[in-house]
Ligand binder design. Structure first.
Ligand SMILES: [Zn+2]
Length: 149
């Protein structure tokens, strides 16, 4: 079930849980666990203004709060030779092209997840001009890309 589907049907789940033979405290525990799971698998999206699953821009995997990191666009640019990938059919290459917010021309030739999220991160709280574009990325890919070359 997607995060969006969960939110759309949340009232149905609550109603189903209430009609089952459960205590109020068990219901609260179950809802708290469900909400924690949803929150661990979703982030507020600057692209849509809603919530979406954080997806690694490099490996296309869904991240949770333990594995989510943010990779700067300049890191992607510096490591672009690692992200060009093999020769693939055009349709496959187009599927793995990021076209969301923060996209720049150099990214067209790279194999990147189209489901990644974008945000700007301020390096200092006093200077708004010191913000950098970042994309959702798993810690493993960020770590490996940062160490490569
Ligand atoms: Zn990754």
């Amino acid at each position: 079930m997607t995060v969006k589907a969960f939110w759309r049907h949340k009232d149905v789940f609550v109603h189903k849980l209430k009609t089952m033979l459960v205590t109020d405290s068990a219901l609260k525990v179950a809802m708290a666990k469900a909400m924690t799971s949803v929150n661990n698998l979703s982030i507020k999206s600057a692209d849509t203004g809603g919530h979406r699953a954080p997806v690694c821009i490099v490996c296309n995997s869904i991240c949770d709060t333990l594995t989510l990191a943010w990779i700067e666009r300049k890191t992607i640019s510096h490591k672009r030779l690692l992200l060009i990938g093999p020769i693939l059919p055009t349709s496959v290459r187009e599927f793995y092209t990021y076209k969301g917010n923060g996209q720049q021309k150099f990214m067209d030739g790279l194999l990147l997840s189209p489901h990644a999220s974008w945000k700007t991160v301020k390096r200092s709280k006093d200077n708004d001009r010191d913000a950098v574009d970042c994309f959702s990325c798993c810690k493993m890919c960020l770590d490996h890309l940062s160490k490569a070359w």
